[in-house]
Design a protein around this ligand. Structure first.
Ligand code: PLP
Length: 406
């Protein structure tokens, strides 16, 4: 008799964004004349840039000619893209990453959800709290998280590492020893990051405890401060204990195009087995390669013009981040992030719950953000605003907040 994977039934509903959508729809129905500004979701708004578009057009034309047509892409990615990534993102920064250690994919969500497959089900995961939900949910689907405690809104077999203003968003080493440690830096949702010495301490901890760090650097392009590492491989020993995930979504606007990659160094060996060979096996079995047209678009990101253009996109969003951060600070809000990340993480005023502040902001300023509690219990009394809107909407949202929260 067929049976389902019961772990799926343990998952809490995807409460956060569906509740936001319902609340916004109800507000619009009763207030049809009110214009809502959405600074809630993490999707980009600016279009693809000219160099990237030109590369895509050329690749489309190639696909229409018998001589240049391409069928299945190599499972692990075309070498033209893997070489460009290795050179620009790693070797230029002094990180010894070889093109063969790069696995091209359709984005960091797939990779961050799938990577857990190559580890034993008895492995215990540690995540920061608050956290990007994919890490926990994908492990819960595999049966690695125990049961969901609805009252405390935590999984019984997950090690949570609170990351709050009290510890300056630098998670402490957990009391119980994890096998897999998820770190997302710069962080979604808090917008904060670690200095090189702080990240080095995590690498040393992982080596000492024979754990593996799964390092999500989807927001790397937003790093502006000097002492913040762009890659975990800037730390000594990381090649022996860390896998890094990257995305083209937030730096180059590929959220609808879909491209990412994962780095698995050949020195990362567990129980005598290189994880590189396991991930290659997994990728080759379950993934048939990112599309040629999209990989050519990815290659264009690494040209001089492409780099200049994507720096323009990031600067545009970071201007929004500054408008939000400075504006909120001038009103007396306690504000974090927004310097090395496109997220602003604020403490709710008067100790309001995250959801109460969501309602208050929607009703008074007609601005939508994301309640911090949706990212984990330590996100309670915090709130996330994103810098991915247009300049016009961001400024307008801040004017409205100023009028209502003076
Ligand atoms: N990792 C983090 C931390 C994210 O916030 C997101 C998207 O919001 C992703 C990964 C997903 O990236 P991609 O669009 O490449 O799937």
């Amino acid at each position: 008799m067929v049976r389902i994977n019961g772990n799926y039934l343990k998952l809490p509903g995807s409460y956060l964004f569906s509740t936001i959508a319902k609340k916004v729809a109800a507000f619009s129905e009763t207030n049809p004349d009110k214009e809502i500004i959405r600074l809630g979701i993490g999707d980009v708004t600016l279009p693809l840039t000219p160099t990237i578009l030109a590369a895509m057009h050329t690749a489309v034309d190639e696909m229409g000619q018998a001589e240049t047509f391409r069928g299945y892409a190599p499972d692990l990615g075309y070498s033209f893209l893997r070489e460009a990534i290795a050179r620009t993102d790693y070797q230029k920064r002094g990180c010894a990453i070889d093109p063969e250690e790069i696995f091209v994919s359709d984005g960091a969500k797939s990779d961050s959800g799938n990577i857990q497959e190559i580890f034993d089900n008895a492995c215990r995961i540690a995540v920061t709290d608050p956290v990007y939900p994919v890490y926990v949910d994908s492990n819960a689907m595999a049966g690695r998280c125990g049961d969901y405690d609805k009252e405390r809104e935590v999984w019984t077999n997950v090690i949570y590492m609170p990351s709050t203003s009290e510890n300056h968003f630098v998670p402490e080493f957990p009391k119980e020893t994890p096998d897999l440690i998820y770190l997302c830096l710069p962080n979604n949702p808090t917008g904060t990051t670690l200095k090189k010495s702080e990240l080095q301490a995590w690498v040393d901890y992982a080596i000492k405890n024979r754990a593996v760090i799964l390092y999500d650097a989807a927001y790397e392009a937003y790093i502006h401060e000097d002492d913040v590492p762009h890659s975990i491989y800037e730390c000594d020993g990381a090649r022996e204990c860390a896998i890094e995930l990257r995305s083209f979504s937030k730096n180059a606007g590929f959220t609808g195009v879909r491209l990412g990659f994962t780095v698995v160094p050949k020195d990362l060996v567990v129980d005598g087995t290189p994880l590189h060979s396991l991930w290659a096996r997994r990728h080759g079995t379950k993934f048939n390669g990112a599309p040629y047209i999209i990989q050519r678009a990815g290659e264009a990101v690494y040209t001089d013009e492409g780099q200049k253009e994507i720096r323009g996109l990031v600067s545009y969003y970071m201007e929004n981040a500054k408008v939000i951060k400075d504006g909120l600070q001038s009103l007396g809000f306690e504000v974090y992030g927004g310097v090395n990340a496109p997220y602003i993480w604020l403490k709710t005023p008067d100790n309001m719950t995250s959801w109460d502040f969501f309602d208050d902001l929607l009703n008074r300023a007609n601005v939508v953000g994301t309640p911090g509690s949706g990212f984990g219990p330590s996100g309670e009394h915090y709130f996330r605003l994103t810098a991915f809107g247009t300049h016009e909407n961001t400024k307008k949202a801040l004017e409205r907040i100023r009028e209502n929260y003076r």
